[in-house]
Ligand binder design. Structure first.
Ligand SMILES: O=C(O)CCC(=O)C(=O)O
Ligand SMILES: [Fe+2]
Length: 280
């Protein structure tokens, strides 16, 4: 039943599920020359980029209402990835991803939807995304890149993202690659109170293109108990310079049937289910 597109279309009748033809971009997003220069600089020095409200309001609204329908029906919001619009967004962002990762970047079969509120929490505590892969090239540009897009406006009250900029992180970049091993064994390295000033909050309007290389320490924050809900989506990419590559890659130039999308979703529920249970 789950593999029947008609069931999903019953929930969100305006959202298509194209099983037979390759997905097509709906609208291409591009950077201005100034944005390009600033964000590449930020990626090189601090490991992250931040482009406020890049995605169109209409497109964000469509995705948000689709996720909200699932939440209302008690369906895990990551099931939004059965619908075309959540994958077409990658095609729409192709010009921007090409600037940061070069045109031959690889899309990893990995995506997630966060729904955070004062009761359910559901944000990810401080971590680096890498397991033990390389994450930057010789110029400091990402070889393993996480893209994070809020579909609601996100403030410090509603679990905005925080990063420890690479330039202020004593473990970055050399020791970051082996961070997970140490963290699993001993937990986080102790913090000095004086270092707290290095943390950067990234409140963001809906549709912001935010991303970091997998070596950057980042986290979602505990929301204010009365804060509005936060809904966001995430994707993961390699640049062709990645030495160690995730074996599960997606080719969006080929048809992407529902059963394959569900496979990705189930896989992610297994992976992120563990992250959500992991120690802080
Ligand atoms: O949204 C969050 O709370 C965490 C996001 C994150 O860690 C990621 O996208 O890599
Ligand atoms: Fe992360």
């Amino acid at each position: 039943m789950m593999t029947d597109p008609a069931v999903w279309k019953m929930l969100n009748p305006t959202c298509s599920i194209e099983e037979h033809e390759p997905l097509q971009s709906r609208k291409l997003y591009k950077l201005t020359a100034k944005q390009r220069e600033e964000e590449i600089q930020s990626l090189k020095s601090d490991g992250y980029c931040y482009i406020p409200a890049l995605i169109g309001k209409k497109e964000v609204q469509e995705m948000l209402s689709c996720v909200r329908t699932l939440i209302e029906k008690d369906i895990p919001p990551v099931y939004c990835f059965v619908y075309d619009i959540f994958w077409q967004l990658i095609l729409d962002l192709h010009p921007v991803l090409s600037e940061f990762l070069t045109v031959d970047y690889l899309t990893i079969a990995n995506a997630w939807t966060w729904h955070v509120d004062g009761k359910k929490l559901g944000f990810f505590p401080p971590h680096r995304d890498l397991v033990d892969e390389d994450f930057i090239d010789e110029e400091g540009m990402p070889t393993l890149f996480s893209l994070w897009i809020p579909l609601t406006d996100v403030t410090t009250k509603s679990s905005c993202m925080y990063v420890l900029p690479g330039s202020l992180d004593p473990e970055y970049p050399e020791k970051a690659a082996s961070w997970r091993r140490r963290w699993l064994k001993w937990g986080h390295a102790p913090w000095k109170v004086n270092d707290l000033v290095n943390i950067r909050a990234l409140p963001a309007p809906a549709g912001t293109f935010m991303g970091w290389n997998a070596g950057v320490m980042h986290w979602g924050s505990k929301p204010h108990p009365n804060g509005p809900e936060r809904i966001s989506i995430g994707y993961y990419f390699h640049s062709p310079k990645a030495v160690k590559r995730n074996p599960n890659l997606l080719d969006l130039k080929k048809p992407f049937p529902l059963a394959k999308r569900l496979e990705v979703i189930f896989d992610m529920m297994r992976v992120y289910g563990q992250t959500l249970k992991a120690k802080v």
